[in-house]
Design a protein around this ligand. Structure first.
Ligand code: FAD
Length: 301
C-alpha cells in the first residue's frame, strides 16, 4: 500500500546540500542561483566539493569563503589528502579555519584515472589519518564518507566498516553515504553499522538522477549499483527532458519517503548545482521555505 503520510506533528527532516565549485562565469551564475533557491529551506549546512586530486582547491576556497561572507548558511568544505603532503593539506585546512569555515568533509580522494591509489610518501594515507590531522589543527566539525555498497577498492565489507569506524573514532561526528538507488541496501548497512558499535549518524546521500545514461556511467565508477527498474523507469524519455524530470522526482521522492518511513530524519542532497529536483523532493519530505531571520544578500559575481 502507499506509504503513510508524514504526521503533521512530526518535525521535518534535517537537510544538507552539496555543491561543486564553478569553473566558468556561467556555472558561477548557476551555482549562486541554486544557492538562492535552496537557502530558504534552511539546510543545517551546505558543502562544497574538492576537485579530483585537489585540483579545485582555489575554487573550493573561494566558494566557501563567499558562502561565509554573503549568506547565513553554514558552509562545509570538502578536503582530500590524495597527492599532497601533510603540510600542504594542513595549510589548506588552516586557510579554511581562518576564513571562518568550521566544518570539513574529510576524504581520501582518488588516484588519477587508470592508476591505483598509493599514499603520498609525506601525506595522510587514508581519510582516518586526515581526520586525526584535522583534529590537531583546530576544533573542526568533521564529516566523512560511508559506502552502503562497500567502497570499490576495499579489501572486504568488514574491512570497509572498520575503516568507517576508525574515521569516526578519530573524531568525525557524522558520515554521509555515497549515493545509492537500492534503499534496502542502505537500511541493511545501517544495521551493520549499529552492530559494529557505530552510533554516529550515517546520513543518506541522495542523488536525484534525471540523466539516466550519465548516472549509469558515473555509478559504475563509484560502486553504486543501478537496478534494472531504474533503467526501465527512464526508458523512452531520452528526447523528453520534462518527462525525465518528472520521473526523477518520482524516483527520488519514493526513495526518501521509504527512508523516512524507516525512521531516517537526515538527508544529504547531491544537488549538482541544480536546485529544482532537490527543492521538490525536500517539499515531499515536509520541508517548507522559511525566510532567514536576518536575510543575507547573496550577490552575483
Ligand atoms: P577512506 O576512508 O580512506 O577509504 C578508502 C579505501 O581505503 C576504502 O576502500 C577503505 O576500506 C580503505 N582503507 C581505509 N583505511 C585503510 C588502511 N589503513 N589500509 C588499507 N585500506 C584502508 N572525492 C573528491 O575528490 N572530492 C570530493 O569533494 C569528494 N566528496 C565526497 C563526498 C562524499 C559524501 C563521498 C561518499 C565521496 C566523496 N568523494 C570525493 C570520493 C572519495 O574521495 C572516494 O570515494 C575515495 O575513493 C575514498 O575516499 P574516503 O574518504 O572514503 O577514503
Amino acid at each position: 500500500g502507499p506509504l503513510p503520510a508524514r504526521d503533521a506533528d512530526q518535525p521535518p527532516p534535517l537537510l544538507s546540500f552539496e555543491f561543486f565549485p564553478p569553473k566558468t562565469e556561467a556555472l558561477e551564475q548557476q551555482l549562486w542561483a541554486c544557492v538562492r533557491r535552496l537557502a530558504p529551506l534552511r539546510p543545517r549546512f551546505v558543502s562544497v566539493t574538492y576537485g579530483a586530486g585537489g585540483s579545485t582547491h582555489a575554487r573550493t576556497h573561494a566558494t566557501v569563503a563567499r558562502l561565509v561572507t554573503e549568506t547565513d548558511l553554514v558552509p562545509a568544505a570538502h578536503l582530500t589528502c590524495v597527492g599532497a603532503t601533510r603540510e600542504e593539506v594542513d595549510e589548506v585546512a588552516r586557510g579554511y579555519w581562518d576564513a571562518g569555515v568550521r566544518h570539513i568533509v574529510a576524504l581520501r580522494g582518488d588516484a588519477p584515472p587508470g592508476t591505483t591509489y598509493a599514499p603520498h610518501p609525506g601525506g595522510y594515507a587514508y581519510a582516518a589519518d586526515l581526520v586525526e590531522g584535522l583534529r590537531r589543527i583546530a576544533d573542526f566539525e568533521i564529516s566523512v564518507a560511508a559506502y552502503p555498497e562497500v567502497h570499490p577498492s576495499a579489501r572486504s565489507a568488514d574491512d570497509d566498516l572498520d575503516s568507517l569506524k576508525r574515521k569516526l573514532d578519530a573524531g568525525a561526528t557524522r558520515a554521509i553515504t555515497q549515493y545509492f538507488f537500492d534503499t534496502a541496501t542502505y537500511l541493511r548497512f545501517l544495521e551493520r553499522c549499529l552492530k559494529a558499535g557505530i552510533t554516529a549518524p550515517i546520513v543518506p546521500g541522495i542523488m536525484p538522477v534525471s540523466n539516466y545514461a550519465q548516472a549509469a556511467k558515473f555509478s559504475a565508477m563509484c560502486g553504486t549499483s543501478v537496478p534494472d527498474w531504474l533503467g526501465a523507469m527512464f526508458e523512452g524519455t531520452e528526447d523528453d527532458p520534462d518527462m525525465r524530470r518528472t520521473v526523477a522526482t518520482v524516483v527520488a521522492s519514493e526513495q526518501v519517503r521509504t527512508l523516512q518511513a524507516n525512521g531516517v530524519d537526515e538527508f544529504h542532497f547531491y544537488t549538482l548545482n541544480r536546485p529544482e529536483l532537490t527543492y521538490a523532493i525536500a517539499h515531499v519530505l515536509g520541508v517548507r521555505p522559511r525566510p532567514a531571520v536576518a536575510p543575507a544578500p547573496v550577490g552575483v559575481a
